[in-house]
Design a protein around this ligand. Structure first.
Ligand code: ANZ
Ligand code: ZN
Length: 718
């Protein structure tokens, strides 16, 4: 059968085959060991997928497919993290129901992702905006409330005047709204808060037990910002200092304030007994430590600058104090509690009813979910209340405790809510009576490998660790850390090296690439284009090159020999070892290049054994599954290649067999050397001529004649 490689003729057929045979469905009752592979589920935007989105999906797909071939029962799920602003803003603009918009967008995303042949278990697809899902998000929120970890507080929140939304600290970048870039304002507002600060210590310690990249651990540690120091009283003003030993050099006090200002007050420095002035300045943060510092201008640069600016005393050589003389030791964290309300429509309603006599009453479990009501206008109100506040029929309700008139909470949850526990839902996505059953959680958790973006390190990754740790503490999940291993991918940039974005018009739609080259080429190229964890620019030439490689693999099948005396050569073992190892460290680019080197070697051989070719197909199958499946099938296999065992390298055959070559000079054996049995004529000739013994005979001149008998002898005539 001589046929040309034609992905159009192959890919959809195999996608159908895999789906019909449920090849990617995780089994709950399996005696195989479990493997839980996870990617960050996408937000289904109206723009559809661009070629950058699937990079992490393909990377984890390679892992998941390899694990199945290694005999694991793999869970590799997918769903939609679908609450959030872009859909809501689109609804405001067009008047379309966000539910409908979400459905359209996720349908399109699903079609696009499925066209790439990623081995997701679609039977467990979840959607955070599905009431059957957010019922449990609401239920979990009430658990936090029950355990004193959710509370309401008046907060000066970060307010984006354009999006009309309160922002978490994490969503403010350089004083600007992370979404739209507008300068953020402060606004006092009653907010629901989650007490993530209670978990600061556990979130820190947990990092020692998981396999995360050092840069991820470092970012989380910095964000949590643990400092050991002392609280010291200057009269009634308490300061937090990590350097109590410098107290003799403290020449003034600074309180958090909006501008540099002398308060008119003096306090006594308990070490020097001197009167020192109390100032206010912006560089002292109101929410950190006690919001007050002792300034030691001789030892602290900011204090020195402040002292110089305002002519305050600087004592250069002060006496050093013993740490133990001051105070009790305290620990402070930079981490703040998590503002958990938004005044927007498209989010989970916070399941609380406000009653004049009973206060904030949780909605009883039997009444969950609190459904989002239909509204005609999705615009947030100018008072900063959610549009839900305008739906009187929804807002006015009865108190579940006393039956009196009461009002529903109109704030909704932030878009980080649904993703804080989605990895738990995947294991039991259809459960109506629990967020997930204990047995299934016990079977599947923790996630074995979670790949996601660096930008989520101090947001989603920290939040979801917090939720999981809390649920562990109250006995609802089996492991204290949700993710055993975390890795991160780099972005795919446009060909000119800038970020792909709709506004720059440089976005590449994977549909076009699949149509022109096939999904396998796109997959293989995205793995080959550069180190997985680094950003890399799109390059069409290289895409063409990967397609050509697949065509060569296709043609190689015509070289398979039935001659049973031919044995696989060392290159096969080498390729198995290299590709297997590189996949484990996400060295996908070097794995693909090892495949290319292997295919080259097979092309050079006169005869290729079936075993050698099958090894190539198996190693290729996680990257280019459709072509591998088709070729495998063409060899007469009835079972999917995905169910065949992953090949093992024979360590003893990793390098070429060595042979001893004799070297004659004018007919007499004068030397010998060892070389790989595959060495060609040219290699034998050069090696022989470079030997010291031979050089002696040549004494600088050229030989008259060199006759090489491959595998045996080199005859030199001088
Ligand atoms: C005296 C001193 C002398 C300090 C010195 C530092 C160096 P970290 O490690 O980040 O926790 N500080 C305390 N509260 C502050 C606030 N609300 N805003 C701004 N600065 C604050 O830093 C702790 C140190 O930062 C504290 O120790 C305090 O200055 C300052 F040579 O006290 B130190
Ligand atoms: Zn009541």
């Amino acid at each position: 059968m001589k046929s040309e490689y034609d992905p159009k003729n192959i890919e959809e057929r195999w996608q159908k085959f895999w789906a019909e045979n449920k090849i990617f469905e995780a089994k709950d009752n399996s005696d195989k060991p479990k493997y839980y592979a996870l990617i960050e589920f996408p937000y289904p935007s109206g723009d559809g997928l661009h070629v950058g989105h699937p990079r992490p999906y393909i990377g984890m797909d390679v892992i998941a497919r390899k694990r199945r071939m290694q005999g694991y029962n793999v869970l590799y799920p997918i769903g939609w993290d679908a609450f959030g602003l872009p859909t809501e803003n689109y609804a405001i603009k067009t008047g379309k129901d966000p539910k409908v918009v979400t459905k359209e967008n996720s349908d399109n995303f699903r079609r696009q992702i499925q066209s790439l042949g990623i081995s997701f278990d679609w039977s467990k697809e979840i959607n955070t905006t599905d009431p059957k899902y957010y019922k449990w998000t609401q239920w979990l929120f009430l658990k936090f409330l029950e355990h004193g970890l959710a509370y309401k507080a008046k907060m000066a929140i970060n307010w984006c005047p354009k999006d009309k939304i309160g922002l978490a600290n994490e969503e403010v970048v350089d004083g600007k709204c992370e979404r739209c870039g507008t300068e953020v304002e402060k606004k006092d507002k009653e907010q629901w808060m989650l007490k993530i600060t209670d978990y600061a210590e556990k979130l820190l310690h947990g990092l020692d037990t998981v396999d995360y990249p050092e840069r991820v651990k470092a970012q989380q540690r910095n964000w949590i910002g643990r400092s050991e120091g002392a609280l010291i009283k200057f009269d009634d003003i308490e300061v937090f200092t990590t350097r109590p030993d410098t107290i003799f050099g403290a020449t003034f006090i600074v309180l958090a304030g909006k501008e540099d200002r002398f308060t008119g007050r003096f306090v006594i420095n308990p070490a020097t007994k001197e009167k020192i002035p109390v100032w206010e300045a912006e560089y002292v943060l109101p929410e950190y430590g006690t919001g007050a510092i002792m300034a030691v201008p001789a030892s602290d640069e900011r204090d020195r600058a402040f002292a110089e600016k305002h002519g305050l005393p600087i004592v250069e050589n002060y006496q050093e104090a013993g740490f133990e003389n001051f105070g009790k030791k305290v620990v402070k964290y930079k981490l703040r509690d998590w503002i958990f309300s938004r005044q927007r429509y498209w989010g989970e309603p916070i399941p609380i009813i406000h009653c004049a006599s009973c206060g904030a009453v949780p909605v009883p479990e039997a009444d969950l979910p609190v459904l989002l009501p239909e509204v005609s206008n999705y615009q947030p109100t100018d008072t900063g209340e959610s549009p839900l506040a305008l739906i009187e029929a929804w807002v006015n309700t009865k108190c579940p405790k006393c039956g009196g008139e009461a009002k529903r909470e109109t704030d909704t949850m932030p878009n980080w809510a649904g993703s804080s526990w989605y990895f738990l839902r995947y294991v039991d996505d259809k459960n109506d009576s629990e967020f997930a059953s204990k047995e299934k959680l016990k079977h599947w958790m923790p996630v074995d490998w979670y790949n996601g973006g660096m930008e989520h390190t101090t947001l989603h990754l920290l939040y979801s660790r917090f939720w999981n740790k809390f649920l562990f503490d109250i006995g609802l999940v089996p492991t204290s850390e949700p993710y055993q291993k975390r890795t991160s991918h780099g972005l795919i940039l446009a060909s000119d090296g800038v970020k792909m974005s709709k506004s720059l018009g440089n976005v590449i739609n994977p549909d076009l690439i699949v149509d022109r080259f096939g999904a396998d080429t796109l997959r293989l190229y995205e793995m080959f284009m550069g180190p997985f964890e680094q950003a890399i620019a799109w390059n069409e030439d290289s895409l063409v090159g990967t397609r050509k490689f697949l065509e060569r693999v296709w043609r190689l099948k015509d070289k398979i020999t039935t001659d049973s005396s031919v044995e696989p050569k060392y290159e096969m073992h080498h390729a198995i070892k290299k590709v297997s190892g590189d996949i484990e460290s996400m060295g996908f680019n070097t794995a693909v290049s090892a495949l290319m080197i292997y295919a080259n070697a097979l092309e050079k051989h006169d005869k290729v054994t079936q075993e050698e070719y099958e090894a190539l197909l198996k190693l290729l199958s996680p990257f280019a599954p459709h072509a591998a499946e088709e070729l495998w099938n063409g060899l007469g296999h009835k079972e999917s290649i995905l169910l065949s065992p992953w090949p093992e390298a024979d360590e003893s055959k990793l390098s070429p067999k060595e042979v001893t070559i004799a070297v004659t000079i004018n007919g007499k054996v004068r030397a010998s050397f060892k070389i790989g049995s595959e060495a060609n004529e040219e290699e034998l000739r050069t090696t022989a001529l470079s030997l010291i013994e031979v050089q002696k005979w040549l004494s600088g001149g050229e030989p008259k004649r060199v006759i090489v008998v491959p595998g045996k002898i080199v005859n030199i005539v001088v």
